[in-house]
Design a protein around this ligand. Structure first.
Ligand code: ADP
Length: 495
């Protein structure tokens, strides 16, 4: 199988796409499983590339070689590690257009969004490269006259990572950058739908001088095998996972056998609340960004829009105008704002949510029917009159569907917003300072956007509470997940 000619013709550097996987510093055309991972363009259905599917033996080799590479990497000075990461960052920036093209090809999102994602991912490599030099320990005044107490921060060692398909590039950077900065090695399993972005970043890491074995990329059809192996292999000290709560629960149970260190970034069901005193235009703008970015396929996407009764009708009218103006198309078309959904299941889930809401009394204001383009293209949809009995209130739709609920008081909406097992992101628009504090503190979420629909940045801690998981990505807190704390007590020191 050859790599898609259309994809190659769009690239300046065609060597960024390889039909191979990276196992412990070696590029391999065949995996131990003998199977293939076929990567398709979700906009056209075209086959982009056929990759080897990693088998158990490949995972074990990657883990063993990561152990050797990690020891050497951790013994280098933080400044040396930072210099390699800076080079990696520079190469990602220099190749960002090609990386965006690869991303749009395998995942479908509009090219403008893909460019944004690549830049966002790069910012994690830059940030953590800089933070590598600031992994400070601590000294503590001794509890006895002859004692000196110290706290060391050391890399956890070999880390495994499992990522989803919705941010095929940024997810790599968010996990690989803190691992490398803290002196860890990483075995990365991308989603089978979108492995090309991860492999392209591994190519650039290699060019930047990231030592062989430190960063392996193993696409596989057998995600379960990968999860079971990294959760039981004693050399793997930590797992960082982004994906569904359901799979997070499985991995947590598997990791329990060896009391594995985990970071889990799981599902969300974000409320987006608009109070009567909000700036209407800003709230509509925020809702568009938060709800429709990536066709609604992000874990921090607004899933439920709660609008106070005094502003409700005007909000729905304005939002309807904006939703009607979205352009559904192949991500490579000029002006595209909504690409295809990732697969048929995602389309079926969207329609089941719309049908359920309509059957229970919601009104379709925009969209609602199938998109004429067919495939996995869908119409962005706005529903008014949503209520808490509907599926849209409880489940993450993960599609461009905005259900609008009406509420009267702050206490009522706080209760509705928290009435979910998830706790990743929440948003609200309001201007009364006392209300802003009250709502901010009452929301049971890991992240709260106040008068903004966009909260993600490498300098802030991204992560959830409740069944949205634990651990943080980005910011000074993000390194802690890759470090072990060692308390040292030195005694017998003469006065
Ligand atoms: P999504 O619905 O976003 O695809 P999943 O949780 O199913 O979320 O998938 C996220 C990642 O987890 C993907 O890389 C997928 O291959 C992987 N995965 C799915 N099931 C398992 C499993 N049982 N063990 C380990 N990884 C898994």
């Amino acid at each position: 199988m050859a790599i898609s000619g259309t994809l190659l013709s769009r690239l300046k550097d065609s060597s960024l796409v390889r039909e191979e996987m990276l196992v412990g510093g070696s590029w391999r055309e065949e995996g131990a499983s003998g199977k293939r991972v076929e990567v398709q363009n979700p906009s056209t259905g075209d086959l982009l590339a056929s990759l080897p599917s990693a088998g158990l033996e490949d995972v074990r080799i990657a883990v063993d070689l990561a152990k050797v590479a990690q020891k050497k990497w951790a013994s280098r000075s933080a400044k040396e590690r930072a210099a390699v990461m800076r080079k990696f960052y520079d190469l990602v920036v220099a190749n960002s257009e090609d990386l965006a093209v690869i991303l749009t090809s395998e995942m479908g999102k509009p090219l403008a969004e893909a460019r944004g994602e690549v830049a966002y991912g790069a910012s994690y490599i830059e940030w953590f490269g800089e933070e590598a030099k600031r992994v400070y320990g601590d000294t503590i005044p001794g509890h006895q006259a002859d004692k000196r107490l110290l706290v060391l921060k050391q890399p956890v060692g070999v880390v495994a990572a499992i990522a989803p398909w919705n941010f095929p590039s940024a997810m790599v950077a968010r996990k690989v950058a803190p691992a490398l900065a803290s002196g860890c090695a990483i075995i990365f399993k991308p989603a089978a739908e979108t492995p090309l972005s991860a492999l392209a970043l591994a190519i650039l890491a290699e060019r930047a001088g990231v030592p062989g074995g430190l960063f392996s990329v193993l696409p596989t059809q057998d995600a379960r095998m990968f999860g079971e192996e990294v959760c039981s292999n004693p050399t793997v000290k930590k797992l960082t996972f982004t994906g569904s709560t359901e799979v997070g629960r499985i991995l947590m149970a598997q990791g329990a056998q060896k009391i594995m260190k985990l970071s889990l970034e799981l599902g969300g069901n974000a409320p987006f609340i608009v109070f009567d005193d909000a700036d209407l235009d800003e709230a509509v703008e925020g809702a568009m960004l938060s709800k429709f970015r990536n066709a609604g396929q992000t874990c921090v996407c607004a899933n439920r829009l709660y609008v106070q009764s005094g502003i409700y009708d005007r909000f729905v009218r304005k939002l309807a105008e904006r939703v009607s103006a979205l352009k559904v198309s192949d991500g490579f078309e000029d002006g595209a704002t909504i690409g295809p959904l990732i697969n048929g299941e995602a389309v079926a889930k969207l329609h089941s949510h719309i049908d359920d809401a309509v059957n229970r009394g919601a009104t379709v204001v925009v969209g609602g029917t199938r998109d004429p383009r067919g495939g996995t293209f869908v119409q962005p949809t706005l529903l008014s009159g949503a209520t808490k009995e509907m599926k849209v209130a409880r489940e993450e739709t993960f599609a461009p569907l905005a259900p609008v609920f009406k509420f009267e008081t702050a206490d009522e909406v706080i209760e509705l917003a928290n009435d979910t097992e998830f706790g990743l992101a929440a948003y609200f628009y309001a201007n009364d300072l006392r209300n802003v504090w009250k709502v901010t503190e009452a929301l049971e979420y890991g992240m709260v956007g106040v008068n903004t629909g966009l909260i993600s940045t490498e300098v802030a801690p991204f992560g959830g509470v409740k069944q949205s998981g634990f651990g943080r990505e980005g910011s000074k807190y993000g390194l802690d997940d890759f470090l072990s704390m060692k308390y040292v007590c030195m005694g017998g020191i003469p006065a």
